[in-house]
Ligand binder design. Sequence first.
Ligand code: COA
Length: 176
Amino acid sequence: MATPAVQLRPATSSDTGEVLTLQRAAFVAEAQLYGEPDIQPLRDTPDDVRRAIGDPRTHVVVAVAVDETEGRPGRLLGSARLVVDPEGLAAVVGRIVVAPDVQGRGLGSLLVQALHDLAAGLGVRRFELWTGGSSQSNLAFYRRHGYVDQETRQDDRGITLQVMRREVPAGSTEPT
Ligand SMILES: CC(C)(COP(=O)(O)OP(=O)(O)OC[C@H]1O[C@@H](n2cnc3c(N)ncnc32)[C@H](O)[C@@H]1OP(=O)(O)O)[C@@H](O)C(=O)NCCC(=O)NCCS
């Protein structure tokens, strides 16, 4: 199926509720995979999301439906964030979520690409993220986007996380 038609734009504080709803819907699958209903993305509060949206070093991007094909125009179909370190050379990619009914149609890839493009404009050279060590489809997804396995660590619920990094090749101005 075709990738849903979306507008990618920075989130605003009025997106807080829908971003959190989407995050909770999308991360249920991860929680079920680990038999742990209390993973951090499911514990985030509206204040956490609002703070992220308002933080100048955190760039929250949302993918919004442009027509009624996936329900209604303006429906929030995806979201992702990039947290840039104070030196501006490295960033953490996180909370990549796509509405469960439109997953597997390229929206997650669009969001990763959008973060990479945004980061290129900021001069970011290194990306880091983590995902559940048993989340095979997430691991494959990130590897396809240039991320390489690094160390593992435990989250606060004892789940093993795989840390992954991606370096922008030296001399490249375009990280994707
Ligand atoms: C991880 C996540 C963001 C990926 O989003 P997505 O929209 O499904 O991603 P894409 O469609 O770009 O790519 C996923 C798969 O669909 C395939 N695909 C890409 N474009 C496609 C299209 N137009 N039609 C059909 N399939 C497509 C890709 O080949 C990819 O295959 P894979 O399963 O082998 O990786 C999404 O699954 C999600 O929200 N998961 C729950 C939350 C989560 O775990 N987030 C990551 C935490 S670290």
